[in-house]
Design a protein around this ligand. Structure first.
Ligand SMILES: [Zn+2]
Length: 361
């Protein structure tokens, strides 16, 4: 008998997010898989594909139609809301990520935090919500559509500047917490707009990364806010934090979100042991080295390492480098199927085909 698929991509992703049984783990990208070759293939290049809903939807769809991933992620950057808030933008060219000019922050303190009228109708927010409507229409129940709304920590970097905000967190933790509570309303507003447009899940990037802040920061500043987001945004949420996060994964596992999108700097088995079924894990194929510069066989080895550890959804660790080789991306779903075929008679496969232990069903 050979391994056969019995679910649609959308069912597979939604089941995995809910801790329910799947035929195989989904290949699902909480962050985007836009690559230069795909931009050429559908004639939807950066930066335009970030600002025009038609181009955005066309490029996003290739993750499902060309790469064979189980989800579609139309929000490619991390700066759409910040542009709508009035941050100064550098939109770059086809081969580079757009960024916020962080050396010229727009706000200095808590009194400056104001959501501009027409925020949701700003071109750069509409590019995402209108793209979601197009994708929903086109793919209906075939693929899971995963939106993305920036958490307050990431927004704070953009509007206050990274250094200024980190200094504030040291000088005046209470003021910092009050700022985060004000900024979280932006996360809710844009997240809800995407839910209304039809997303099946939301990625929630909130870059309290190991390079910049300690694990204790996560508990002190973000855990409660993240729990509140689960109450207010009624689709499965996927937290995304890059870098080393093992020291905060125990706290992250208590945030009630569906999954945590984790970085390749964290060992899959160690990470699974720390979260212990309290939250799902999605990741963590290395981008800058493996997907960008190595061969399909190296990609395969990392997929197998994740599945041997029971990682719940398989994905690149973060938004892929734009020049990533397509053959390396195609190797991810291929390897997932081959692992299932090789292990179909083993006990180990039940970690996928039976409900997730400890998961709230
Ligand atoms: Zn990241």
């Amino acid at each position: 008998m050979v391994f056969t698929e019995t679910m649609t991509s959308k069912e597979r992703v939604l089941n995995a997010l809910a801790g329910k049984p799947v035929d195989r783990p989904p290949v699902s990208n909480p962050t985007n898989v836009a690559a230069l070759d795909l931009m050429d293939f559908v004639d939807a290049p950066f930066p335009e594909a970030n600002r025009d809903p038609e181009l955005n939807a066309r490029l996003a769809a290739t993750g499902f139609t060309e790469l064979g991933f189980d989800s579609i992620a139309p929000y490619f950057t991390i700066i759409q809301e910040s542009s709508a808030l009035g941050c100064e933008m550098q939109w770059e060219q086809k081969d580079n990520w757009p960024t916020v000019r962080m050396y010229r922050p727009i706000w200095k303190g808590i009194d400056d935090i104001k959501i501009p009228p027409g925020f949701l109708n700003h071109k750069d927010n509409r590019a995402i919500t209108d793209s979601i409507r197009i994708l929903k229409q086109e793919f209906k129940n075939e693929a899971a559509i995963i939106g993305k709304t920036m958490g307050p920590w990431t927004l704070a970097y953009h509007v206050f500047g990274v250094e200024q905000f980190l200094l504030m967190s040291i000088d005046d933790p209470n003021l910092t917490i009050r700022c985060l509570h004000e900024l979280k309303e932006i996360s809710v507003l844009f997240g809800q707009a995407q839910i209304d447009a039809g997303v099946d899940a939301l990625t929630f990037p909130d870059h309290a990364t190991g390079d910049l802040v300690s694990g204790a920061y996560y508990e002190k500043f973000l855990l409660e806010i993240h729990q509140e987001m689960v109450e207010r945004l009624k689709v499965p949420l996927i937290l995304h934090i890059c870098g080393n996060t093992l020291d905060r994964m125990d706290y992250i596992a208590q945030n009630n979100m569906a999954m945590f999108h984790f970085d390749s700097r964290n060992d899959p088995q160690k990470s699974m042991d720390v979260v212990d079924g309290r939250i799902g894990l999605v990741g963590n194929i290395n981008n800058p080295v493996t997907l960008y510069s190595k061969e399909p066989e190296d990609v395969r080895a990392e997929v197998y390492r994740c599945m041997d550890a029971g990682v719940n959804m398989i994905a690149p660790e973060c938004a892929i480098p734009l020049a990533t080789k397509i053959e390396n991306l195609l190797e991810i779903p291929k390897s997932v199927r081959d692992w299932m075929e090789e292990h179909k008679d083993d006990e180990i496969v039940k970690r996928y085909t039976e409900p997730r232990p400890f998961a709230s069903l």
